[in-house]
Structures are given as C-alpha cells and as structure tokens.
Design a protein around this ligand. Structure first.
Ligand code: BYC
Length: 310
C-alpha cells in the first residue's frame, strides 16, 4: 500500500504536478520540506537585523525610506514562509523554538556584521542577488505553496537587488573614500555570499533526495556558478577589483573558473561560531519576549470575536 502511494507520488513529481498540502506525501519529503522552508523563513527574519542596524544612520531621507521598506519586506517574506511551512503540520511556535534553541539553522551570511553604510549596498546587491538566483529556481519546486510563495518573493527581491547595486554604484562613482568603502564591503561580503549556496554537491547531505523530489531544481554548485558568472561583469562595471584573484573566464566551459571558498569558515559559522551568531539569536529572543503582549492581545481579540459570533 505504502509502496503504491510512494510510486504514485513520484509519478506526480516526475510529471511536474504540484504536491498540495492535503495530498499524500512520504514522511521524509514532509520532514525535508519543513526543514528547508522553516530555515528559509528564519533567514528572512534574522536577515532583518544586519540591515536594520543602519536604519537610524542612513545618510539621507531617501535612503532611509528605501531601507525601511526593504527590511519590512524581509519580515513579510518570513511570514509567507512560516505560513507555507505550517501547511505541512508544524506550528509557528515549534519553528521559533527550534530557531531559538539552535536546532534550526538560518543563512550563514547573517552572522557577519554590517560595519559600514556600504554593507547595506553589498547586502542588497550580493546577498539578495544570491538569494534570487536560488529562489528563481525554487519557483519550480514541487510543493505548491512553497513554489507560489517564491513567485511573490522573487518580485520583491529583484527590487532589493537593484537598490543595493544602485547604492554601490553611487559609492563607486563618488569620492575616493566612498569608493574604498565600497571595495572593502565587496571584499568582506563576496565570499560569504558564495557560501549561501551551501556546501559542494559532493558534501551536500540533502541534495540527492531534494533533487529526486524536485524540492531543489538545481544543485548548490550549479546555482553558485550562475551567481559567479553574473556577478563578475557587475563588479567590472562598478570599477571595483574582484575579490577572487583566481577568477578566470574559461572559454571551453563558457563559465568563470574561480578560487576555493574557505570551507572551515563556512562550517564554523553554520555551526554557531560566526561573529554574530549569539547576538543574532539573543536579539530574536529579546524581541520575541517583548512582543508577547501583542500576540496575547491578538489571541484574546480573536476569541472575543468568536464568542460574539456564536
Ligand atoms: N547557511 O545538504 P545541504 C534572504 C546547511 S534569505 C546556513 O546542501 P540543503 C535575505 C543545511 O541547512 C534567503 N546553513 O542543505 C533576507 C544543512 O543543515 P541541516 C535564504 C546552511 O538544504 C534578508 C547542511 O548545511 N535562502 O534572501 O539541501 C536580507 C548541509 O547542506 C547553508 C534560502 O534559505 C548556509 N548558507 O541546501 C537579505 C533558500 N548552506 O538542515 C536577503 C532555501 C547549507 O541538515 N534553502 N546549510 O541542519 C535552500 O535552497 C537550501 O536549504 C540551501 C542548502 C541551498 C541553502
């Protein structure tokens, strides 16, 4: 019976039919999706912190308004994704607990500090840029609600990426000090942005099953290569120097060859020992505790409405 169900499920995947919340699915598919989607949601929400750090110090009203809107969008993405994960039978509370007790991960990039204003540009350009490359591919993921949330998120991310690049362009066409600030920021964020795509395919624990079930449509290395290829001419147009001294166009492959990521750093950061891991989670815990009264007020308002209607 189970084998039959599993075959039917795989046929659906193979013929590009979306899996919907009430459809039968193997436990391992459900578990893998909950893991990836909840970690994606956590990344969006924790990702508000490094940029939020600059809202009160944005250099103009225009820049402040743009940054406020962007950070708010990221919170919205978190909400779509938590709701998507909830359709798989996990509660928001369980997901938040896993984030706060360290059992669930979030994107490693957000454990790096934002030291200068240029970092806001570098995050928009490189971090949202890397996220879009991944998320465009995830628009075709096999789970219906995840795929639909990606369509909406990608539209907003592409605005974020452009605002980041425009900020970097303004700095790189500005004074010598501004250009230096842009270069320094590119140097610090380039490699961590490449790490966002995860370990090499040969080291990726979840890739084989995720590719078979079309949760992931392209591998970590293929997506990373796309990002490397699209970013090189963007760096050149800014007039900045490329942080990867081994980067070289390979005519035969029609791709850039590149230097190696520092994988020790990657594993250290995702296992909790980056610059800001403790600070990011503690800040989340504090905000969550401070916001408890809002959640309580909402629940009692909803209960009141229900009692009135009954
Ligand atoms: N950081 O088997 P693998 C944004 C973990 S935010 C941390 O290859 P998978 C934005 C991985 O979870 C957008 N952990 O995993 C927001 C696994 O650990 P567990 C974020 C990482 O899932 C604010 C282990 O390493 N986007 O746009 O097949 C401001 C083995 O890896 C990372 C998403 O979340 C990492 N970089 O592939 C600005 C996209 N890489 O779970 C911007 C959705 C790997 O076994 N997620 N790990 O404990 C994905 O596409 C996939 O989950 C990944 C990893 C490609 C990230």
């Amino acid at each position: 019976m189970e084998i039959d169900q599993e075959q039917k499920f795989q046929n659906k995947i193979d013929t590009e039919e979306k899996i919907e919340p009430k459809d039968w699915m193997p436990d391992a598919y459900r578990k893998n999706l909950i893991r990836q989607i909840s970690q994606h949601a956590h990344s969006e929400v924790i990702g508000m912190q490094p940029e939020g750090n600059w809202i009160s110090r944005a250099p103009s009203l225009r820049r402040k308004a743009i940054l406020l809107a962007k950070v708010q969008d990221e919170g919205g993405h978190g909400l779509y994704l938590y709701s998507t994960a909830e359709t798989l039978g996990i509660t928001r509370e369980e997901m938040i607990n896993a984030l706060q007790d360290g059992s669930a991960k979030y994107a490693s990039i957000f454990n790096y500090p934002t030291q200068t204003w240029a970092d806001v540009g570098a995050i928009g350009w490189l971090v949202d840029g890397a996220a879009i490359v991944n998320q465009i591919s995830l628009q075709r993921t096999s789970y219906g609600p995840y795929s639909r949330s990606m369509v909406r998120i990608c539209k907003e991310e592409s605005f974020h990426q452009r605002q980041g690049y425009e900020l970097m362009l303004a700095l790189s066409r500005g004074s010598e000090a501004q250009k230096e600030m842009a270069q320094d920021s590119l140097n610090r964020f380039y490699w961590p942005a490449l790490m966002m795509f995860g370990p090499h395919d040969t080291e990726s624990a979840h890739s084989a099953s995720s590719m078979k079930w079309k949760i992931k449509r392209e591998t970590n290395d293929d997506l990373r290569q796309k990002f490397i290829d699209q970013t090189a001419p963007q760096i050149e147009f800014l007039g900045l120097s490329h942080p990867d001294k081994n980067l070289k166009w390979n005519e035969k492959r029609s791709h850039y060859d590149c230097g190696e990521i520092n994988w020790d750093e990657f594993w250290r950061v995702i296992n909790g020992d980056g610059h800001c891991n403790r600070q990011r989670v503690q800040h989340h815990i504090n905000a969550h505790e401070e916001g408890a009264w809002v959640r309580e007020a909402l629940v009692s308002y909803q209960q009141k409405k229900k009692t009135k209607a009954a």
